[in-house]
Design a protein around this ligand. Sequence first.
Ligand SMILES: NC(=O)c1ccc[n+]([C@@H]2O[C@H](COP(=O)([O-])OP(=O)(O)OC[C@H]3O[C@@H](n4cnc5c(N)ncnc54)[C@H](O)[C@@H]3O)[C@@H](O)[C@H]2O)c1
Length: 328
Amino acid sequence: MGEIGFSVVGLGMGASRARLITETEGARLVSVVDLREDLAEKMGREFGCRWQTDLDDALNDDEVDVMFILTPSGTHCDLVVRVLDAGKHAISTKPMEVTVDRCDLMLEAQQRSGKLLCIDFERRFEDVHSKAKWAIENGRLGRLMMGEARLKWFRDQEYYDAGGWRGTWKMDGGGALANQTIHEIDLLRWLMGPPRTVTGRIAALNHKIETEDLGVAIIEFESGAVGTILGTTTFPVSDYQGLEVHGTEGAMISTGEEPRWIFSPGLEDRAESIERFAPYENTIQNMVAAVRDGAPLICDGHEGRASVQILNAVYESARDGSKPVKLG
Ligand SMILES: NC(=O)c1ccc[n+]([C@@H]2O[C@H](COP(=O)([O-])OP(=O)(O)OC[C@H]3O[C@@H](n4cnc5c(N)ncnc54)[C@H](O)[C@@H]3O)[C@@H](O)[C@H]2O)c1
């Protein structure tokens, strides 16, 4: 099989993903698509590929194997279902969608088409997180007891006003948790396993938005471990995001600076033997390997749905006086 052809739809964050495709061996950027013609043309010229404003043009293009959807979150379902039903593989940016029901429609389309559905959680490929997954799967941290996901960033009111979709329930699916902290929520769920209950609280403390600029949650995992989530866009600057997990024998702390591995006395040499869970550096590499050789996706649609399920539960709990929400 020759190079895998990609089309990128939505050219805000999509511009950086288009560049990544041009830099990835085995991938070829065939086209870029945006409703805004000026933007599509500018990016098409920059990357030397076709540009379009109508999704159908890319859906009917035989050179396109994979379509990468980077439009506002509440549109992912409609576009991904069209892509899959047209017989092409799909990648959706995060979050997969704004509700679990809409994720399920995407999963149904994936099943009926037999095509691949991948969700772009790029932090899973970072060295420390790939190693943390391997360490946990191979028992290096012992029995997991606690995981913390945190993000303290700054976003001004202009950010929320631009585009008219951010900070809305319908299109952003929430606020600081759904848009920014979702990467840490995904990592927490990936590393700690399925949740049993979620208790949440949200507030809008410094922005005029209908969703939250600050959210906190407590998770009880099926394993018996406990987790916390804290995410906000009210911090004075955007320099802090972190994940900490620990078990009976060791801990991993990744707070954006140098990650730390901590082991119980006598087990310190475990730090040297930790391997990566997967060899890919990013979603594009993973997708190329999946289309070419049937390699497993590091984040498929079921994995993508899992963090939306947590998000929806945080909001449901918050609306219901912070009563715990049970997840089946
Ligand atoms: N690190 C990350 O993984 C990351 C970072 C930022 C944003 N995102 C995600 O990317 C998505 C877009 O966010 P953004 O900040 O780039 O938004 P944006 O508003 O800057 O850009 C979205 C673009 O999509 C275009 N668009 C909208 N509907 C379309 C359609 N039906 N067909 C073609 N084009 C369409 C718009 O014209 C716009 O140019 C969101 O889901 C967001 O959560 C992911």
